[in-house]
Design a protein around this ligand. Sequence first.
Ligand code: PRT
Ligand code: ZN
Length: 285
Amino acid sequence: MTKLKIAIQKKGRLNEGSVDLLKKCGLKIEKSRNKLIIPCPSENIELLLVRDDDIPLYLENNIADIAILGLNEMKESSFEANMEVLRYLDFAKCRLSLAAISGQDLKLENSSIATSYPKVLKEYLKSEKINANVIEISGCVEIAPRVGISDYICDLVSTGATLRANGLEEMLSILDSEAVLIKKTSPLATGKQKILERLEARIESVLGARNTKYIMMNAPIESANKIASFLSSMEAPTILPLLNDSEKVAIHAATREDKVWSTIESLKELGASSILISSIEKVMV
Ligand code: PRT
Ligand code: ZN
């Protein structure tokens, strides 16, 4: 039986988001501490739990068919040219940034920069025609400027708390990263491709639902058309009569989460009341 093999991080910042997304896509993932291969036979899928640094190698050697990885790790891989991003997954967001001891100016020419991401950094320096010495260190990069190893560091930042705790200041972001669904650029066999397409459709519906809210309200009949045309819904809003109130109707619609607050304010101005907003689990368009 054909199986699609998916590599995800075993432990770390990508693990929880990857498992959560795949579970919402219907995969039954029974995690046990030492199990590195998890079969999901009902979906014809097999999960490989590995270190994120090794994921590009697994794809390159066709040990995994697709994977969930941080964009920064994909870009850092020597196999980057053989891989493609299928979808941005909206979690594990961070940026690769240049930082220095607080209060300094950014003067990269002829400087030294410590990093665990030498490939991405060198590509950036080349594209900007900056001549600088890249010092590769494997971790705890934040210490480098304080102990005189380098003038700057180039490291991943999400909240910036780690930089601040080490007296460093973020100066310039050179790459925005998040978890991405990736595969080798070469085509998959037909059976695997079909399983992938089904999974991608499910991911689409799970991620679509994350950014969508279901909004319900009562409104005066005379405002109903205005409200209906105002709501940015996926389909035309539903308008229902109310029991024992001939002057009002109930209006239901799906709306984008980032628009919810401004939507509520405008709805109130149009006379809407009893506004309820609820989450949506999945969206099939
Ligand atoms: O064991 P394995 O090799 O699989 O994991 P790992 O230790 O190499 O990676 P892990 O789990 O730390 O990170 C995996 C991926 O998560 C990274 O490649 C990024 O794509 C993504 N990610 C998202 C981050 C962060 N956010 C992040 N904040 N990776 C690292 N950090 C570091 C940051 O550099 C800082 O040291 O977390 C610390 C806290 O960040 P602040 O800015 O919130 O203080
Ligand atoms: Zn790693």
